[in-house]
Design a protein around this ligand. Structure first.
Ligand code: ZN
Length: 119
């Protein structure tokens, strides 16, 4: 009887430890849409995080939050060392970029007002 009990326990232990190793680690990622709906999506730690996600409360596209601040979409999309946009910024004068900057400033101000103030 003693031998039977010991055999069962050993078998159970080896199964448990195998299962534990298989589990991948998870992380919770926060998103916020234009209507200020905030929600979290769980990803594997090794997953490539999307910059945007469909809002769970409405039809808007939500932007990923890092430390409570929406990520910079232009920056996030540049996985490579240089983006086309970076090169345009470098080659043109500030005057030529005025119109483009105006659009960016509006969205940046909106983002700052919603998120953390930098000044
Ligand atoms: Zn929403």
């Amino acid at each position: 009887m003693a031998d039977t009990m010991r055999g069962m326990r050993l078998g159970g232990q080896s199964l448990e430890s195998d299962k534990g190793v298989e589990l991948s680690e998870r992380q919770r990622v926060d998103f916020r849409c234009a209507k200020n709906h905030e929600f979290s999506v769980v990803f594997s730690l090794t997953a490539e995080l999307p910059t945007t996600w469909e809002c769970k409360s409405c039809d808007a596209v939500a932007v990923r939050l890092e430390d409570g601040v929406e990520v910079d979409l232009a920056e996030e999309n540049s996985d490579g060392p240089r983006t086309h946009y970076d090169m345009v910024l470098e080659r043109r004068s500030r005057e030529e970029l005025e119109e483009l900057l105006q659009e960016m400033l509006i969205s940046m101000r909106k983002r700052r007002a919603e998120g953390r103030l930098s000044a």
